[in-house]
Design a binder for this molecule. Sequence first.
Ligand code: C5P
Length: 313
Amino acid sequence: MTSAMLTPASVTVRAPAKVNLELRVGPARPDGFHALATLYQAVSLYDEVTVQSSEEWGIRIQGSRALGLPADETNLAMRAARALATRHGVDEPVEIFIEKEIPVAGGMAGGSSDAAATLVACDWMWGLGLSKDELGEVAASLGSDVPFLLHGGTAMGTGRGELITPVLTRGTFHWVLAAADVGLPTPDVYRHFDTIAERESRAMPPPASSMDLMAALRSGDPEGLAANLRNDLQEAAIELRPELGDVIEAGLHFGALAGIVSGSGPTVAFLVADTESSIDLAVALAATRTVSETFRATGPVHGASVRGVPRVD
Ligand code: C5P
C-alpha cells in the first residue's frame, strides 16, 4: 500500500453512458446468459462518481434520478468497491457519492458505468496502480457491460458482452437519446426475446458482427452507420413497450438518419448527421407525448476517467 502522503482525499471520475450500435443475440448459454456479438459506443452523457476516504463504508446518490435507487450494499458501485478491496486485501473504507444524470434502467448502462468509475476511483484512492485489464477482471464479475465502460471509445463485445476488443472509428457521431419515464429491467427483455424465439421457432445461429457496420465506422460515415444499426432485443423491447415503435417513427419523421432501441431499452438512440440536426430533433422529440426527456450526445468518448488532478492530503 502507498504511504498516507500520497493518498488523495477524494477522487472524482466521469462515468459515460453507452449505446449499442449493433446487438446480435445468440442462444442462452448454460449459465443463463446469452451469447452476444455487440458493438458498444461510449457517449457524452455522464454520471459523476466521487470516492472519498472515510471511517466507514457508505454510498450516497444525488440528482433528480437518484429516487428509488438503492444507496446501500446492493448498489453495483458499492459492490465494485468491495470486490476490489477484497481482491487486493485493502482495508480502507470509502464513501461513494454518485451524481446521476444517466436515466436508470434505460439501456444505457448507467449503473454499470458507475461501477466502472468506482473501480477507477478506488484504484487511485488506494494507490493500486492496476491496468485496465486487471480492473477488467473485477469489472466482468460485476456485470456484462462493466468492462466496456472502463475502456470506452467504440469496441466489440463478445462472450456475454464482457470480452472487449477496441474498434477503429473516424470522426464523431451525433446522437439524440430519447428517454422514457419508466425503465425496463434487462432480464425481462432477454426473457421476452427467448419467448419470441420459441413462439416463432427461430433458428439461433451464433451471433456475428456486420462487416458493413465496421466499414462505416472506419470511414466515419453516418449514413453508412445508420443503414447498419441493428438490435436483436428491439422487437422484444417494443412488444413489452409498444410506444417505443411510435418514438422511433417520430424520430425518423423529424429527420433522424436512424433510430434504434438502446441495449434492452427503453431509451431510443437516434443517429443524426450533425450538431444542428441534433438540436432540431431533440426539440421536436421533447414535444412528443411518449418521450419524457431528450439528451444530445456525441460518441465515441473515453471510458471512466479521472477528472482533473485529485486532491492530496
Ligand atoms: O451482466 P448483467 O448483470 O448486466 O446482466 C443482467 C441480466 O441481463 C442477466 O441476469 C441476464 O438476465 C441478462 N443478460 C443475458 N445475456 C447477456 C447479458 C445479460 O441474458 N449476455
